[in-house]
Design a protein around this ligand. Structure first.
Ligand code: FES
Ligand code: FE
Length: 374
């Protein structure tokens, strides 16, 4: 039986959207493979041969710096018999990308440079690695693995400008992965509202105005696919840290004239979230593994010159985010246990506190509605 989504009436998605393999497969092809997805930070790939890998569903891309300085995406499948070329999530290739099956070797730009014993009539030039698009935005690396023709990240996020936080001149200080028994949408939808915060995030509530509805007088200048606003911190709090204060001796440039940083971004189309504080930046991604499994990753950036230990404590600086995430993880698994209940049916959103959920589902339905109704 086809799964048919109701029109965008203000209700959440039906049960099938969270449990169906068919919906999951369609999401990979039509939602994730056709957009820009967070892959890492440029500080990880500054030197020729340095690479990071992006893997999601059946997409697997090596993002590697060429000898010419260009950052490229190369699909991680050998042009001989298809073996996966690199298995590590990041690293440095010394001379070439070498397939360990029959030792075909590729230059960092994807050109085939060696194919042992293939004979004199073999033409290596027609067997270069297939490319995926890569775009660096404020130092953040995004990859587009396949279908569709998404507008550049810089165009889609043209309204997102950070006044105080030089995200490009940062480095990764910590990465935390959480594999959850939940559908990725349950995690993303949970991130979009703070209706649940007063009840579930006591630590966050000390520094954050958990009752703010996101309408801080600036509206939603970015249009329907992202929200970009100030962090709604309580008076006296300036950073999303355990104390609410700047806890690093090496913060980003703080320009008092620039006022409070507008540093809270949620990009629906890419399930990507960014929270900029004066002394660190938290990046969050929400990736599907199956209908019932997903992975939430928190990546923390600090200014590139900040010294761990001497100038900030990596075990404490990001703790407000991690503690809050752990509370959210338990909620996301609880939500999923209820969403998969055969008696579940979607209820109405809170028109003020859950308006971003409504926006996300509008985006989701615009991409998925016709496919799911096939
Ligand atoms: Fe890579 Fe044969 S599959 S060299
Ligand atoms: Fe939460």
């Amino acid at each position: 039986m086809p799964t048919t989504l109701p029109p965008c009436t203000g209700l959440g998605l039906p049960r099938e959207a969270y449990v169906s393999e068919k919906v999951f497969d369609a999401e990979l092809k039509r939602f994730f493979y056709t957009t820009w997805l967070y892959a890492g930070h440029e500080s990880q790939v500054r030197e020729p041969g340095q690479f990071i890998r992006f893997a999601l569903g059946d997409a697997d891309v090596i993002i590697i710096r060429g000898r010419d300085g260009v950052l490229r995406g190369l699909h991680n499948t050998c042009r001989h018999r298809g073996a996966q070329l690199l298995g590590d999530s990041s690293g440095t290739c010394r001379r070439a990308i070498v397939c360990s099956y029959h030792a075909w070797s590729y230059d960092f730009d994807g050109k085939l440079k060696g194919a042992p014993k293939m004979g004199s009539d073999f033409d290596p030039t027609v067997h270069r690695l297939r490319q995926a698009e890569v775009e660096v935005w404020n130092g953040v690396v995004f990859v587009h693995v396949g279908g569709g023709n998404p507008a550049p990240v810089a165009e889609q996020l043209a309204g997102v400008q950070f006044a105080n936080t030089d995200i490009a001149r940062s480095k990764i200080a910590k990465v935390v992965d959480f594999e959850l028994t939940t559908n990725w949408k349950a995690s993303w939808e949970n991130a979009l509202e703070c209706y649940h915060c007063a009840v579930n995030h006591p630590e966050l509530g000390r520094i954050f105005d958990v009752d703010a509805d996101g309408e801080d007088g600036q509206g939603f200048p970015g249009g329907p696919e992202y929200i970009f606003i100030e962090n709604t911190l309580r008076p006296g709090s300036v950073s999303v840290t355990p104390s609410g204060q700047i806890e690093s001796k090496r913060p980003y440039k703080c320009d008092p004239e620039a006022g409070i940083e507008r540093g809270f971004l949620q990009w629906h189309r890419s399930a990507f979230e960014m929270i900029a504080s004066p002394d660190h930046v938290a990046l969050m991604t929400y990736k599907p593994l199956s209908p019932s499994k997903s992975i939430v990753t928190q990546t923390f950036l600090v200014p590139e010159e900040a010294q761990p230990g001497a100038e900030f404590d990596p075990d404490e600086l990001f703790d407000m985010h991690i503690v809050t995430r752990q509370q959210d993880n338990a909620l996301c698994e609880q939500i999923y246990a209820g969403l998969r209940n055969i008696a579940y049916s979607p209820g109405p959103f809170n028109g003020s506190l859950e308006q971003e959920n409504f926006r996300f589902l509008s985006t989701y339905r615009s991409v998925m509605g016709d496919i799911i109704a096939d």
